[in-house]
Design a protein around this ligand. Structure first.
Ligand SMILES: N[C@@H](CCC(=O)N[C@@H](CS)C(=O)NCC(=O)O)C(=O)O
Length: 202
């Protein structure tokens, strides 16, 4: 099985962290979705990464579906609870973290457009979502050791990837000083080999 993605994509990172935590062997193929002549649309008609390509050529996207698939492949380190109520809570954390990422990625993309075409109103709207998710995540985490229940789960992975992306693309956002509980949690996550091996670059 191979994962198509980039070294900077936070959604790809989520899949890589899950693969590492579950100790699943795979090949990592780097394909930038925005590069001229990119092959990403051959694997995903939406033209986005990550994509998981199975040995028989079947493709799985997006990151949320990939992580669900991977969690079922091996019983090592269950990351998504089986019972519906708990499952929904973990996936809600993932939706929250991915929502921060969606807004942050849109802001980065907007900033890459020619200056006269950029909309400050659009950027402010997206950054407002980032602020709102941070506030909400900090309030939900409180002083608990994990996002959901008693242990490490996909909820922590998704939040860690979102906070890691802020460090990577928005180092000026003072989320660490504003939310010390998020910083404490992030530092714990960033020490895991799965996170250390997937620090964004690019
Ligand atoms: N919801 C998707 C989002 C994936 C996504 O937006 N990936 C970005 C890279 S970080 C991408 O491929 N962008 C290319 C494009 O929008 O054309 C997921 O969870 O996988």
């Amino acid at each position: 099985m191979k994962l198509i993605g980039t070294l900077s994509s936070p959604y790809t990172r989520k899949a890589r962290v899950v693969l590492a935590e579950k100790r699943i062997d795979y090949d990592f193929e780097i394909h930038g979705p925005s590069e001229p002549g990119t092959r990403v649309p051959e694997f995903n008609p939406i033209g986005k990464v990550p994509v998981l390509v199975m040995d028989d050529g079947t493709t799985i996207f997006d990151s949320r579906v990939i992580v669900e698939y991977l969690d079922g492949v091996s019983p090592v380190t269950r990351l998504i609870p089986e019972t519906s109520r708990q499952r929904i809570q973990v996936r809600r954390w993932e939706a929250l973290a991915d929502g921060l990422l969606d807004a942050a990625v849109l802001t980065v993309n907007e900033g890459r457009r020619p200056k006269p075409k950029q909309s400050m109103e659009w950027i402010e709207r997206q950054m407002g979502k980032v602020d709102s998710v941070l506030r909400h995540a900090a309030a939900e985490l409180e002083d608990r050791p994990w996002c959901y229940d008693e242990g490490f789960s996909l909820a922590d992975i998704a939040l860690g990837c979102a906070l890691g992306y802020l460090d990577f693309r928005f180092p000026a956002i003072p989320w660490r000083t504003a939310y010390p509980n998020l910083e404490r949690h992030a530092e714990k996550l960033f020490k895991r080999p799965s996170f250390e091996a997937s620090v964004p670059v690019g």
